[in-house]
Design a protein around this ligand. Structure first.
Ligand SMILES: N[C@@H](CCC[C@H](N)C(=O)O)C(=O)O
Length: 359
């Protein structure tokens, strides 16, 4: 099969993983049409959502951009990552149905035979009064309700599509309800992730509630080992563990996630499967976390997981409401605010490259 792919690489140096993806194109393409470009091109905006808030909303007037190419038969995408949790982003603003199927998303996410990513994210028209809708397929093709690193990447992608600069925010409809990302002056993204769901049956978990309808520091038998877990939903389900029988504070680097992660993910106590966070407390405001994601295996970071971790740490009395969470891919700042019960996540989201593939 003759495949023609184009890639535009931003001036920032690509990560180890993106180089792998770049190599994929090199080996699979009969011709590579585009190489490095030294500046981003910000196109004219074709759709700016009504409730979008911008401070100093400067719009450039440069004519075309890679992302606005519309040849039929080609899928144009941007590859982004949030702390190494990487995604293929697709501009789907002209239709409320995703441009590709979940099966195709699985192929794209394959790190050997595809682009390579933890998920595929679509920017769709807003519903219920929001500016946009975000949908996502995990790398196994399942569709989660929400993705924290993904929504930061989504925000940066929308900023590029709409040529927005300076500080600005917009509303995003997700399976977890209305989420509000705000792109900050320094390029980081702060996201109002809404309220955590603690009622055990809503997480969902079959573990018996033991504190205000929530499962907090509950015992669970995973293949003969007794772990303590607190279950939290950030729209998607999380099971957070700081300890297991005989070990009061986990040393997360010692854990074999490839072995234990799948056993949590498909444990009978989690009817919708679960994401699992393994957490080491470094101080009252500093946590170290590794994650086994539902539908995506171990990833370098998980935004909803970091939020669930801070909520669980507060519920177990292990840390305060404002924490830095160190993930294998880098840090996230998480605050569970007392005043409004919302969780706020701040972190980076970076463009890796643009690409095209035949559909
Ligand atoms: N990595 C994401 C979470 C993605 C969804 C998750 N795998 C699920 O199935 O719930 C994040 O940053 O939150």
């Amino acid at each position: 099969m003759a495949i023609t792919a184009t890639i535009s690489v931003p001036i920032t140096s690509p990560t180890r993983r993106s180089l792998a993806s770049f190599n994929f194109f090199q080996s699979y393409s009969r011709s590579i049409l585009a190489t490095r470009q030294s500046t981003f091109k910000y196109p004219n905006s074709c759709m700016v959502a009504s409730s979008m808030k911008t401070e100093t909303p400067a719009k450039t007037t440069s004519s075309t951009s890679f992302l606005h190419q519309k040849e039929s038969g080609f899928l144009h995408f941007a590859k982004y990552h949030g702390l190494g949790n990487d995604f293929v982003l697709i501009d789907n603003r002209d239709s409320s149905e995703p441009k590709i199927s979940s099966e195709k998303a699985v192929q794209l996410c394959d790190r050997n035979f595809g682009v390579g990513a933890d998920g595929v994210i679509f920017v769709l028209p807003g519903i219920n009064g929001t500016d946009y809708t975000m949908r996502i397929f995990n790398s196994d093709g399942s569709e989660p309700e929400m993705c924290g690193n993904g929504v930061r990447c989504f925000a940066k992608f929308v900023s590029q599509l709409e040529s927005l600069h300076g500080r600005h925010s917009f509303t995003v409809h997700t399976g977890a309800g209305r989420i509000v990302p705000e792109v900050l002056e320094d390029g980081n993204v702060k996201v109002d992730m809404g309220e955590p769901i603690l009622k055990a049956s809503d997480v969902p978990t079959k573990l018996s509630p033991n504190k205000d309808h929530a499962a907090v520091k509950s015992e669970i038998d995973v293949d003969g080992v007794i772990w303590n877990v607190t279950c939290v939903s950030m729209g998607n389900p999380h099971c957070v563990s700081f300890s297991r029988k005989g070990v009061q504070n986990l040393i997360v680097d010692e854990l074999n996630l490839a072995e234990i992660g799948p056993k949590f993910e498909r444990h009978e106590m989690f009817p919708a499967r679960t994401n699992t966070e393994f957490v080491q407390v470094l101080s009252n405001s500093h946590l170290k976390m590794r994650v086994w994601e539902r539908g995506a295996a171990e990833t370098l970071a998980c935004g909803t997981g970091a939020c669930a971790t801070v909520v669980a740490a507060v519920l177990e009395g292990r840390a305060g409401r404002n924490c830095t969470v160190d993930l294998p891919g880098g840090p996230l700042q998480i605050e569970w605010k007392d005043e409004d019960n919302h969780v706020y996540m701040t972190g980076s989201a970076d463009l890796v490259y643009y690409g095209s593939l035949p559909l």
